[in-house]
Design a protein around this ligand. Structure first.
Ligand SMILES: [Fe+2]
Length: 460
């Protein structure tokens, strides 16, 4: 998974040289190579030419252990950064105030100050990858919110805060040309990107006094309970609570701060989306999020104008009829997938199981719900319009989950080593083709969504 070697200088060396343009970065001791030969003398600023020199050597110690940044982010300035970030987002501010987070956060920021390598890494992150830094602020803040709601003890709360803050520091060691790439990654580049979790874990586990559960949580922040994550594709029983708290926070960030940024939606609107993911992360963690968000007096945001709701509902009903067909195929796939412990098969089963379970639990796509939507539309029940928007968010999420199941089925069908386990391979191939057609907006022959009640189908 990772070629990372703490003694081999990498992209971090160049980041330090760039930081040195704004804040002085000095060799805090003689930097020597693996053979004990002096490369850079103590007190030398890490300018670009010095960085180039360092990059030619394998070092005796990791570079971060032998440099110091003047004016690195202290506990006080970290606390201020979190406060500024929270105060600039009204939903976060309300949660922060409701849960009286100032005092615990201040204490946690003070603790952070004791890990000098972490203060160095965060300073570099803030200047070189500011979006990752902001995500770290959000994840550390939300991790504390969730830790409080889950009644974790002080040590666990401190660890989840540090893990939230540091979860992506491994990114500082990935080549910038990969980080900045906007086209699709090659398999090799994707492998390099994914290695940030292992790099982060190794850096944190080398930090003096850093609790071990911090590095484990960082390693696990892209793992998912259904085995679809990385680096190990672990399942729920092998994952830690702290890792899944950070994973949930990390997954929420792009929804709240990218997907929702234009329409002003808040954390409140992430709840219906996360409801369809309540088995992807620990269920308790999802419930803690839903409880915190729903009890913090957040103002619901209605995106669709009242006058446009009837046509909005029409569109949702049309989308629902295609989704129903896709879900019916997913149910068929679920029945045909073998119960075998081959990893890719288990992942496929978990993805289809998750969709079926979500449909059962939420009643999404049921005939009853569709009738209710028609009734709201025909009678202009304005009080229910918000619910219609939530249903729309859930339908979008369901659609995304169906694409993931389709891609996983493709992985299974293309892996010839799995074919001997697939007793119903021909049926699975047919269902895969149907899902592809539906994804392109075409209706496969013989399929009709009328009179289909997903709840009825799922009960057989
Ligand atoms: Fe990450």
């Amino acid at each position: 998974m990772s070629d990372y070697d703490p003694g081999t200088p990498d992209a971090y060396t160049q980041h330090l040289a760039e930081v040195n343009e704004k804040k002085e970065v000095l060799a805090s001791e003689d930097i020597v190579n693996a053979n004990g030969v002096l490369v850079v003398a103590k007190g030398t600023p890490i300018k670009r030419d010095i960085a180039d020199k360092i990059l030619n050597h394998k070092l005796l110690k990791p570079l971060e252990d032998t440099v110091k940044i003047e004016d690195a982010i202290t506990g006080d300035s970290l606390f201020n950064s979190i406060k500024i970030f929270v105060n600039s987002n009204i939903d976060l501010k309300k949660i922060h105030e409701k849960h009286e987070l100032n005092k615990p956060l201040k204490a946690l920021c003070k603790q952070y100050n004791e890990y000098s390598i972490l203060t160095q890494k965060l300073t570099v992150l803030s200047l070189r990858l500011p979006e990752e830094f902001e995500k770290g602020l959000f994840c550390s803040w939300l991790s504390v919110v969730l830790a409080k709601q889950l009644k974790l003890n002080i040590e666990q709360t401190e660890s989840t805060f540090l893990a939230g803050l540091a979860h992506d520091i491994g990114m500082l060691h990935i080549a910038p040309e990969i980080l900045d790439k906007t086209d699709e990654y090659t398999a090799e580049e994707w492998r390099a990107m994914q290695s940030h979790v292992v790099i982060g874990q190794r850096i944190l586990s080398n930090m003096s006094g850093m609790p071990q559960d911090v590095s484990v949580a960082v390693l696990e922040h892209h793992e998912r309970c259904d085995g679809t994550g990385y680096p190990s594709g672990k399942f729920a029983k092998n994952l830690t609570t702290l890792g899944q708290i950070v994973a949930l926070a990390d997954a929420l960030y792009p929804i709240r701060f990218k997907k929702f940024v234009d329409d002003g939606r808040s954390l409140l609107e992430t709840v219906p989306i996360m409801q369809l993911n309540d088995t992807v992360h620990f269920y308790d963690t999802y419930c803690a999020l839903a409880l915190v968000v729903r009890s913090s007096d957040l103002t619901p945001i209605n995106i669709v104008k009242e006058t446009e709701i009837p046509s909005f509902i029409d569109k949702q009903l049309t989308d629902a009829s295609t989704l129903i067909l896709s879900c019916k195929v997913v149910v068929d796939i679920d029945k045909c997938l073998p119960n075998d412990n081959k990893h890719q098969l288990v992942v496929a089963c978990n993805l289809t199981d998750r969709i079926c379970a979500s449909l059962r639990r939420t009643g999404l796509l049921s005939a009853e719900l569709r009738r209710w939507m028609e009734y709201v539309r025909d009678n202009k029940l304005t009080a229910c319009y918000r619910e219609m928007e939530e249903i729309s968010l859930m339908q979008q999420e369901l659609s995304w989950q169906i694409s993931r199941a389709r891609r996983q089925l493709q992985v299974v069908l293309e892996d010839k080593s799995l074919h001997k386990f697939l007793k119903k391979k021909t049926s699975l191939q047919k269902f895969y083709r149907q899902l592809c057609l539906l994804n392109e907006g075409a209706i496969p022959d013989g399929m009709n969504s009328e009179d289909i009640d997903m709840i009825e189908i799922l009960s057989h």
